[in-house]
Design a protein around this ligand. Structure first.
Ligand SMILES: Cc1cc2nc3c(=O)[nH]c(=O)nc-3n(C[C@H](O)[C@H](O)[C@H](O)COP(=O)(O)OP(=O)(O)OC[C@H]3O[C@@H](n4cnc5c(N)ncnc54)[C@H](O)[C@@H]3O)c2cc1C
Length: 370
């Protein structure tokens, strides 16, 4: 008998789960329906940086998950046959203000790279060497280059994954749905029952699970970034990402597209209004290294809502006492990096194929319920 699977939420977690549910052995016995509203989606508002190795965070589970997520990307890109519009491994440059901190970062990077093949090679760069790799900058700080770092266009990436899955067993329904107390799904066409459901509703997960009497400990955070258009001379192809200490990240895409991001506005919550203040602040931060930028080059401001847990760590797994409902959320500011591995593990679990010990990556879901 064909198994009916529902996914609520079509961001990076839901889309990756949908892709693997259409791709793994067992998919021929499975029909997947994905419900997505799309409003405020963090994935399509994200800067797109995949480079967790030199983060200042010290949460071991988060690091193991983010490392596994970054490792999964090249495999996923090959399996889903995604092109450079969706994913580019052009490396990242992480800077430090003081020479002492830079040397410390470099040594840390070398040590990590020894047992982390996905990092690629690590190079210490002077200010001039940074500028050579990023000719659009003037007088940048010195930094550490990690060749395995990558960038994605979140909207494009997710669209492609879903498009691939639609070719086999995925049906997408673009609407907001809600749950009954029993976990059935209320759609515009009435009540629908599924064998298993994945809830990947990002910052909205608390609201999604409330009808089941479950209160997730998740809070929303507003994030904004700006898209700019550069002249072609200033924008060679395949430039690395710049992650300057204490400032906004600079993400150059091909054909003169530049992204500067992002804000972290706790008090903004679910607000989706783009603000002039944020756009100006992001532009000013970038102008420290790109004095020639001006506000006329801004082509758009993107706004999305991140989901945070109390320990700033993502969680995923089956709901306690509701084994047919799986959740994946609380991805915070690095969810493009951790999202695919979460979607992958959830899909494996649906097919009963997960041999991975999830505790290395996440605390039990119960810890994130009030
Ligand atoms: C400005 C910004 C910059 C960022 N930059 C980076 C970065 O450079 N690198 C990185 O790793 N991470 C980054 N992140 C974080 C990353 O984008 C998120 O953590 C990640 O995308 C979350 O994915 P998700 O699938 O959990 O949720 P989302 O992408 O938010 O998707 C959830 C989806 O569920 C839908 N939904 C909610 N409720 C319902 C319902 N009842 N019915 C139907 N659909 C529903 C929503 O509309 C949405 O489409 C950034 C985030 C922001 C906002």
């Amino acid at each position: 008998m064909v198994k009916q699977i529902a996914i609520i939420g079509g961001g990076i977690v839901g889309a990756t789960a949908a892709f693997y549910l259409s791709h793994l052995p067992g998919s021929e016995q499975t029909q997947v329906t994905l419900f997505d509203d799309g409003t405020g989606q963090a994935t399509k508002a994200a800067s797109g940086i995949i480079s967790p190795w030199l983060s200042k965070r010290r949460n071991k589970r988060w690091y193991a998950l983010a490392k596994a997520g970054a490792e999964l990307y090249p495999k996923l890109v090959t399996e889903a046959q995604l092109g450079p519009d969706a994913y580019q491994q052009t490396g990242t440059i992480v800077t430090r203000k003081s020479a002492k901190d830079l040397e410390k970062l470099y040594q840390e990077a070398l040590t990590k790279a020894d047992h982390t093949p996905a990092m690629g090679h690590v190079t210490l760069l002077s200010s001039e060497a940074v500028q050579q790799r990023l000719p659009l900058l003037s007088n940048p700080p010195a930094g550490v280059f990690v060749s395995g770092g990558a960038k994605i266009d979140g909207a494009n990436f997710v669209w492609n994954l879903l498009e691939r899955a639609q070719q086999t067993n995925l049906k997408i329904i673009s609407q907001t749905v809600s749950l009954t107390a029993d976990g059935d799904i209320i759609t515009e066409d009435g009540l629908q029952q599924f064998d298993q459901t994945i809830i990947a509703t990002g910052a909205w997960m608390k609201k999604t699970l409330t009808p089941m009497g479950i209160t997730m400990k998740i809070r929303p955070q507003k994030g904004q970034l700006i898209d700019l258009k550069l002249s072609q001379q200033l924008a060679p192809q395949s430039m690395p990402v710049l992650m300057p200490e204490g400032s906004s990240d600079i993400i150059p895409f091909n054909n003169g597209k530049l992204v500067i991001g992002a804000t972290h506005e706790n008090e903004g919550g679910f607000d989706l209004k783009a603000t002039q203040v944020a756009a100006q602040q992001l532009l000013n931060n970038a102008k420290a290294f790109m004095a020639h930028l001006n506000s006329h080059q801004i082509t758009g401001v993107r706004v999305g809502t991140r989901a945070y847990t109390d320990d700033f760590a993502p969680f995923f797994g089956r709901l306690p006492n509701r084994s047919n409902i799986l959740v994946g959320g609380g991805l915070g500011s690095s969810g493009l990096t951790t999202g695919p591995i979460i979607g992958y593990l959830l899909a494996h679990s649906i097919f009963g194929q997960s041999t991975t010990d999830w505790q290395q990556y996440t605390k039990p879901v119960s810890q994130y319920i009030e």
